[in-house]
Design a protein around this ligand. Structure first.
Ligand code: CS2
Length: 503
């Protein structure tokens, strides 16, 4: 058993392990990050580390916040906030390579469920200038199809009644900002890094709606002074597993209780609207600042996340556990390639500096990375929150243009098929989705009817919180029912073969 990774260990790590190139004892907190999971620790935190090292401006340390679980706090507190970032891919022969660096930007981790006041106090601290978020789609307490606040969400109802102890990310932001305003402190920047369309604008709308319900004067102050840049982040970061912990600790000769593992590829595009300053994130290999991030976000959600979800539902239903296993099947590989080329790319306006053909080739290689076991079940979770921006916007554009949409319809059918809760080998799995109960209730009720596939497709596509104005679309229902029948009777490969054959 190795001694724990901590500040004292930094000097004696093996030479090939990267480490903070600045004086950590002088690092001050300037950023509060809500949702300190693997995603944040594999992009914003290491890029902040690069900025700290490059400029020596040490006002941008990160105070991480976990909304519910104390796991990250418990892992990182004995490590002085340090953890390892592992970037993994394979060489030309397929042998895995791994580059390790210890990240120092995170100072400490708060657990909102245990001490909400500490989080509010940190947001209202005079040194805080940015609050950033990666709380996943469902962390925004909104209706996926419209982006509107769910005023009936029990946690939002709770937060409106308990300004001193909010539970939601939005509640933390609104009541933290209320404290700042009350104390006469300057405004700050609120930066969403989640996979939502126009994530900054979406966050702004939700924060303002909740603020207005509490205090219209607070709404006006936030609207007039705080900024909400839109941002696109792209890096594949699977959940850490115990074999990662063991392998990485052995290379460090120190125990790291929670390293994060991702791909070497990183793209981070942000609008440069920071009302109280920002770290120099625009380091080589770091972020790119633009005046409008929305086109990059749309491109990423449709080109990267859309196919990711499609392969997750097909793969998980077929009993394939990782993304690279799905990609190793030529049939599924060809389906994804054609889905992107034929049905997604034609809906995308040109984005300066982006070559879509190159992006598609690189994306298929990223998904095929065998050194990064990314579980299809992890991507499959929270489908109700993901489908609208990943697949349904594209589908809507195709339908409007009178263009083909068979592969997109198969992806929706695969989601419906996945919601049965067991794969082709009959192995059951849990459906993790905040709307799982409602979705399954409507599908189960429909399954009692004659012509079960059509009834189920009609029930699912009639569900407005996900399908919005596509709800009840006849052509879509028929196509999804057709694919669902093949999925149910003959399986994933037969359904994909049929769609590929029609190219
Ligand atoms: C994935 C994303 O889990 C998921 O739903 O599609 O996390 C994906 O890996 C990232 O957005 C890639 O940038």
């Amino acid at each position: 058993m190795f001694a724990r990774l901590n500040n004292a260990a930094l000097g004696s790590l093996p030479a090939d392990i990267g480490r903070p190139a600045y004086d950590r004892t002088r690092l001050r907190p300037g950023i509060v990050h809500l949702g300190i999971g693997a995603f944040h620790r594999a992009h914003q935190a290491p890029v902040t580390d690069m900025a700290l090292a490059a400029t020596g401006d040490l006002r941008w340390g990160i105070v991480g916040v976990s909304l519910r679980s104390a796991d990250t706090h418990e892992a990182l507190a004995p490590q002085d906030g340090l953890y390892t970032l592992s970037l993994r891919d394979s060489d030309a022969e397929g042998t895995p390579r791994e580059q390790l660096s210890v990240v120092g930007a995170v100072l400490r981790v708060l657990v909102a469920a245990n001490d909400p006041d500490a989080v509010l106090a940190q947001i209202a601290h005079p040194d805080t200038r940015i609050v950033s978020l990666t709380v996943t789609e469902k962390g925004y307490s909104y209706e996926p199809s419209s982006g509107r606040l769910r005023r009936d969400d029990p946690d939002i109802v709770h937060d409106l009644a308990h300004p001193e102890a909010p539970r939601t990310a939005l509640g933390m932001l609104v009541y933290g900002l209320a404290r700042r305003r009350h104390a006469g402190l300057p405004p700050i920047t609120l930066m969403s890094c989640d996979n939502l369309p126009s994530n900054g604008n979406t966050l702004r709308g939700l924060v303002l709606e909740l603020a207005n319900a509490c205090d219209p004067a607070l709404h006006d102050w936030i609207a007039a002074h705080c900024t909400f840049p839109n941002a696109m982040v792209d890096r594949i970061v699977p959940r850490t597993v115990d074999t990662d912990r063991q392998r990485i600790s052995a290379r460090l000769h120190r125990q790291d209780a929670w390293p994060v593992v991702g791909e070497p590829f990183l793209e981070w595009v942000i609008e440069d609207r920071f009302v109280a300053g920002r770290p120099a994130w625009d380091q080589p290999g770091g972020a790119r600042f633009v005046s409008h991030a929305a086109p990059f976000e749309q491109l990423k959600l449709r080109m990267v996340n859309g196919p990711h979800s499609a392969l997750a539902y097909l793969g998980a239903s077929a009993g394939l556990s990782t993304v690279s296993q799905v990609m190793a099947d030529p049939l599924l590989h060809d389906y994804l390639d054609a889905l992107i080329k034929e049905e997604i790319v034609p809906t995308l306006p040109p984005v300066p500096g982006v070559d879509l053909k190159m992006m598609r080739t690189r994306l298929l290689a990223r998904f095929s990375n065998p050194a990064l076991p990314h579980r299809t079940q992890q991507i499959a979770m929270d489908g109700s929150q993901k489908l609208p921006q990943r697949l349904l916007g594209t589908l809507r554009d195709r339908l409007r243009a009178g263009a083909g949409f068979e592969r997109l319809a198969l992806a929706v059918a695969a989601w419906m098929h996945y919601l049965r809760g067991y794969d082709e080998q009959g192995r059951a799995y849990p459906i993790e989705d905040p709307l799982a109960g409602e979705l399954q209730a409507c599908l189960t009720a429909a399954a009692q009817n004659e012509g079960a596939d059509l009834a189920r497709a009609r029930a699912l596509i009639g569900y407005e919180p996900v399908f919005g104005d596509l709800a009840g679309h006849g052509e879509l229902i028929n196509a999804v029912a057709r694919h669902a029948a093949v999925l149910r009777q003959s399986g994933v490969r037969a359904a994909v073969l049929q769609v590929n054959g029609g190219q």
